[in-house]
Design a protein. Structure first.
Length: 340
């Protein structure tokens, strides 16, 4: 039974990654309202294709003519999201049956249920930026919780500890990782805020923005939460606000690059082979992410690069969470040895 739970967890991680990628693709192809209702599409459980169904759909939503490409983007995303919810429900029930600790499975189930609500509100509130941002962060959170769940199951089946490092070093690296995690989450949130407010192409010059940006930059404008609009598609904030959001995201990228460089350096210079591997992986991922961000500006947000930017952010977050889990496990193992 535990082996089955482990396999389900692996499948859930794969499906969750696909859901995040599809969510980014849906957002970047302006297909967030490809189906103007929820959970179906124009009143159907699939995209209407017959002429009579299309006429009926457009009669119900006269302001939203059926665009099959966008509608299918949205519905495929929903199908995978629904499948993920069912897999996590199965994991929850199997965890009860195998008498696992229920805190993590319960949090996972509640998170994916709340994600479903955010998915509904994304459509019914016509892409309100705060809801879109919450939906994106919820997807990243679900993925990370699944990673922690898998690592917990693996630790249960394997009591060996692969890292053999002094407890003082583990504590230092864990604190450094906590700082990196906080900054990374803030940067991902800024990225989501940039995307949900359609500010990704507000600045087209490097390294910061077009000339004269300092006169227009305003943090309060960047953090303004737009409300009271009937439709938020394509953004409602003025250029100055979008430019400020974009500039903040660029500043955040530099800060994140620096903190990860420090963390990776400390990991690579340690004597632990496992820690060195973590350091190399984090170095590759954060460098790739930074280059993808620059490429988004240079090439004006091509779909492949923009989606890859979201995916590498997910991988970076998962790698950092894995490192922190291993560091904490090592610290707990050393503490138990001392108590003996």
């Amino acid at each position: 039974m535990v082996r089955t739970l482990y396999k389900l967890n692996v499948i859930a991680i794969f499906v969750a990654a696909v859901v995040v990628i599809l969510g980014a693709y849906t957002r970047l192809t302006d297909a967030g309202l490809g189906c103007p209702d929820w959970p179906g599409c124009y009143g159907f459980m699939s995209v209407p294709t017959h002429e009579a169904d299309i006429a009926h759909a457009e009669g119900i939503f006269p302001d939203r003519p059926v665009e099959h490409a966008k509608a299918w983007n949205e519905m495929i995303h929903r199908y995978f999201a629904g499948s993920l919810g069912l897999i996590i429900l199965a994991m929850f029930l199997l965890s009860i049956k195998t008498k696992q600790k229920m805190i993590l499975p319960t949090v996972l189930l509640l998170t994916v249920c709340f994600q479903a609500l955010l998915g509904m509100w994304t459509v019914t509130l016509n892409l309100m930026p705060l809801v879109v941002l919450g939906h994106l962060l919820g997807g990243f959170t679900t993925f990370c919780l699944l990673i922690v769940s898998l690592l917990t199951l693996r630790r249960q089946s394997n009591t060996s500890h692969i890292m053999n490092s002094p407890s003082s070093l583990c504590r230092h690296l864990y604190r450094l990782s906590q700082s990196a995690l906080l900054l990374l989450v803030l940067q991902i949130a800024l990225g989501g805020w940039t995307a949900s407010n359609y500010a990704a192409v507000a600045c087209t010059d490097l390294p910061i923005c077009e000339s004269g940006w300092t006169e227009k930059f305003d943090i309060s404008e960047a953090l303004t939460i737009p409300t009271g609009h009937h439709n938020y598609e394509y953004g409602v904030l003025p250029y100055e606000a979008r430019m400020s959001i974009h500039v903040l995201h660029r500043f955040g990228a530099v800060v994140v690059l620096c903190i990860f460089a420090v963390l990776a350096f400390n990991l690579i210079r340690s004597k632990s082979t496992e820690l060195k591997k973590h350091g190399i992986v984090l170095s590759i991922l954060v460098s790739t992410q930074f280059l993808l961000g620059v490429s988004n500006v240079v090439f004006q947000l091509p779909i492949f690069i923009a989606v890859s930017h979201n995916f590498i952010a997910l991988c970076l977050l998962a790698s950092l969470v894995t490192l922190m889990f291993n560091l904490k496990s090592q610290g707990q193992h050393q503490a138990s040895l001392i108590r003996r």
